[in-house]
Structures are given as structure tokens and as C-alpha cells.
Design a protein around this ligand. Structure first.
Ligand code: PXP
Length: 241
């Protein structure tokens, strides 16, 4: 059965809007676990725009499920990840100016670099995943790198402008999934998945994990809105006229 891994980066985005203490992504992670998440993923970006080092430390110390650590393939992140020892790392490309991870990791021609980069993680018993586009050449290069998992980028499917385009992108992703599995890789899916487009994968067997963040956090804002406003209104009602 595939597992849901919840990305809590955007709880941290809201916190960083005020540079304060709330909402705490660690609390969100614990609530996600209680609701059935099989793991929690955070992306510690070089610019620390949302998740902070302290979040990673606290998640590692307190999660009851698995910590997944999304990171750029840099020396700084390698050192943090090896010290933290998450359940799995997922290598992603990272650009300072992007709003979110925009494309898959370039693996073609970088097989040896990736192999060397991943080696200390494998020695430490940390699983690895590469976030890639579904192109056959990227899948093959990822397999050459010695990673155990790939996460196939579903963002282009999620962002497709019409039904025909979406079906085309879905077909490409499914081909990528099968190609990766035939090469012995385990496959995760993620980026841009929401409560509607997730159904595209309902008949795709053999997926290990779905990594989902933005749509869950977005929905949580609304499902929690009534209660949150009511609580504040109730307090104010008790004040003097
Ligand atoms: N997988 C990867 C590699 C990502 O970079 C992200 C976004 O941080 C996700 C999954 C989750 O995407 P979303 O927030 O759109 O669900």
C-alpha cells in the first residue's frame, strides 16, 4: 500500500511571514502523524525561507513516524543530513529565485557525482531518493547513480492547462514509473498533487510514497477556519461593553 508523506514546509512559511513562533511545523507534523501520515518531509533550503534548522532537529527528536529530508546536493546540506540521520533524503535542484522546486534534478552526465554524493548516506543506512522528471534518460541516469528510490515529478501533470494535456502528462509519468521499476528502483510521486488530481494515480500500482504538502496545508486553513474564528469570537463576547 502506498504511504502518505506530509510536507509541512508551508506551515513554516506562515510562521516566517512574522518571523515568530507560530504556527509551528513541528506541531503540524505531530497532528499529521495522528491523522495517518506515514512520514513527514521538510525541505531545508539554503536561504532558510521556511523550514529552519531547529525544526529539523525537533522533528528528528520527536517524530513517531519517519523523517524525510528534502535537500540540495550541497556540502552544507550533506553535513546537516548526515548529522540528523533522517529516514530518507530526497535530492532536489534548488534555485534561490524559484517559488518552489520547479523541475527534476539533472541526473544525466552527473551519475558519478551523484553516486559519490550518496555514498556516505548509504554507508550511514540512510535511504536516498532523487526527484526527477519522468524522461527515460533521467530515469536511466538515476538508476546508474545507485539511488534506491526516485520521486517522479508530478508538477507538470498538476499544472497542465486542459484535460488532453493532463492525460498526456499522466501517460508520461506512468511510463516513467514503469521504466524506473523495471530498472529496480522504488518509486515515489510528488509535487502539485491535490484532492482532485491525485485520482489520476488511483490505478497505478507499485507506488511507495506520495509526498504532498501545499494542498493539505491549504485545505487545513479552511477546515480549521470556522473553529478558529469561533474561538476568538467566543473570547471577545465575554468582554465588557
Ligand atoms: N516533492 C518534492 C520534491 C517537492 O519539492 C515538493 C515541494 O516542496 C513536494 C513533493 C510537495 O509538493 P506540494 O507542496 O506541491 O504538494
Amino acid at each position: 500500500m502506498p504511504a502518505l508523506i506530509v510536507n509541512v514546509d508551508h506551515i513554516a512559511t506562515i510562521r516566517q511571514a512574522r518571523m515568530g513562533h507560530e504556527p509551528d511545523p513541528v506541531t503540524a507534523a505531530h497532528m499529521a502523524e495522528m491523522a495517518g501520515a506515514m512520514g513527514i518531509i521538510v525541505h531545508l533550503r539554503e536561504d532558510r525561507r521556511h523550514v529552519q534548522d531547529r525544526d529539523v532537529d525537533l522533528l528528528k527528536a520527536t517524530l513517531k513516524t519517519n523523517l524525510h529530508f528534502e535537500m540540495a546536493a550541497t556540502d552544507e546540506m550533506k553535513a546537516i543530513a548526515l548529522k540528523t540521520c533522517p529516514y530518507m533524503i530526497c535530492l532536489v535542484p534548488e534555485k534561490r529565485e524559484e517559488l518552489t522546486t520547479e523541475g527534476g534534478l539533472e541526473c544525466l552526465g552527473r551519475e558519478q557525482f551523484l553516486k559519490d554524493f550518496l555514498a556516505p548516506f548509504h554507508e550511514a543506512g540512510i535511504r536516498s531518493s532523487l526527484f526527477i522528471d519522468s524522461d527515460p534518460s533521467q530515469v536511466e541516469a538515476a538508476a546508474q547513480s545507485g539511488t534506491e528510490y526516485v520521486e517522479i515529478h508530478t508538477g507538470h501533470y498538476a499544472d497542465a492547462e486542459n484535460f488532453k494535456e493532463r492525460q498526456k502528462k499522466l501517460g508520461k509519468i506512468i511510463e516513467g514509473v514503469r521504466h524506473a521499476q523495471n530498472l529496480g528502483l522504488k518509486v515515489n510521486l510528488g509535487h502539485g498533487l491535490n484532492y482532485q488530481n491525485i485520482y489520476g494515480f488511483s490505478r497505478v500500482s507499485g507506488i511507495s510514497e506520495y509526498s504532498i504538502g501545499h494542498s493539505i496545508i491549504s485545505r487545513a486553513v479552511f477546515t480549521g477556519m470556522t473553529e478558529a474564528v469561533k474561538s476568538m469570537a467566543d473570547i471577545i463576547q465575554t468582554f465588557a461593553d
